[in-house]
Design a protein around this ligand. Structure first.
Ligand code: ATP
Ligand code: MG
Length: 330
């Protein structure tokens, strides 16, 4: 079956102060129907840029996007004008890092639903009210919320409203970019378990972005790890207890896990991510890598380790260090 989202060789350049800076390079992944893929990586690694590029929300005057993005088999990067506007919310909805601020402060919640539905051809206000109430019910909010203004709602309620808005046009794919970072842990858990339930119930796919790898390993089906604008490893969640790439291994180790004892020492990753205007030659992680060798001066390919389940890695030494790697952490 064809994936809902198929990204191949995606790159993104930002235009800033007269310079052109490549921040995403050679990113390839796919998301199947009903699947939740988690995208993790340090701050500045390009996760939000991937989200914005996939949702076609980057302005051409600010950024250039290339490679392939197919949504249900359609070349999404080739769409322009009205075709793009209509397809965008129907196929893909973005719940962003600042989603709660995306609500218009001067209109009530019903108007936010009504404006959106009207813009997509649903012009009957009575039906829209009914639909908005149904959508709020999906995220466990009472109908009365429709009469409230954003400032009258708690952070968690606003985030539920934003998720309900994202669901309004039955998108095949919802991209969630750090949707709960502004919320406390209890509310975050409630909202994420709601998203999981809705996903099972409605069958949409999710690209879930966070720097919290431990959260992804608990929430998603598959994970992709990003470093300095590139994917370095992808595989099913279970694969990451034996991950191949030195960066993913270090990232896994830098998070406290549910299964670990409090006395276990967390290990940070020495060094800092590269300046993307001067990325290191060859493997971008090599200056921080404990397994660095001469071969790392040459850029490693994005290589499939297995096809089903798909496991891919960007490390020239993964075969050599695999055993050594595992024995250092067991
Ligand atoms: N509008 C922009 N113009 C120029 N450069 C940008 C722009 N937005 C982001 N960048 C740069 O692109 C790189 C990737 O940023 P991005 O926001 O995609 O990272 P991220 O992984 O989402 O980080 P975080 O975890 O902090 O959200 C960073 O170096 C950032 O400084
Ligand atoms: Mg981001």
């Amino acid at each position: 079956m064809q994936p809902v989202l198929h990204v191949e060789g995606l790159w993104v350049d930002y235009f800033t102060r007269g310079r052109r800076l490549r921040v995403v390079q050679d990113v390839s992944f796919a998301i199947e129907r009903g699947e939740m893929l988690g995208l993790a990586g340090e701050s500045g690694s390009g996760k939000s840029t991937v989200a914005l590029a996939v949702a076609r929300l980057l302005r051409p005057e600010n950024a250039a996007v290339g490679g392939m993005v197919r949504l249900n088999g359609t070349d999404f990067l080739a769409l322009v004008g009205e075709g793009l506007r209509q397809t965008r919310w129907k196929s893909v909805a973005l719940v962003s890092q600042s989603a709660m601020n995306a609500l218009n402060p001067v209109i009530n919640i019903f108007r936010q639903f009504d404006d959106m539905l009207t813009a997509h051809g649903y012009t009957d206000a009575v039906q829209n009210r009914h639909r908005a109430a149904e959508l709020l019910d999906l995220v466990d909010l009472p109908e009365q919320v429709l009469n409230r203004f954003p400032h009258q709602l708690s952070g968690g309620m606003k985030q539920r409203v934003v998720i309900a808005l994202a669901l309004a046009l039955h998108p095949d794919l919802i991209i969630m970019d750090e949707p709960t970072t502004a919320l406390d842990v209890i509310v975050e858990r409630e909202i994420l378990s709601k998203v999981k339930t809705l996903q099972r119930q409605l069958g949409f796919s999710v690209l879930f972005i966070t720097h919290d790898l431990d959260l992804l390993l608990r929430l998603t089906d598959r994970v992709a790890i990003m470093y300095a604008g590139q994917l370095v490893e992808t595989g099913p969640v279970g694969h990451f207890s034996r991950s191949l790439h030195p960066y993913s291994r270090a990232l896994v180790q830098s998070f406290p896990s549910l299964h670990q004892h409090a006395s276990d020492r967390r290990r940070g990753i020495p060094g800092a991510p590269p300046d993307l205007s001067h990325p290191p030659a060859g493997c971008r992680f090599h200056p921080r890598c404990v397994f660095v060798a001469d071969v790392c001066q040459t850029a490693p390919a994005w290589e499939a380790v297995s096809e089903d389940p798909l496991i891919a890695v960007r490390c020239s030494r993964w075969k050599e260090i695999r055993d050594e790697f595992v024995s250092t952490v067991d």
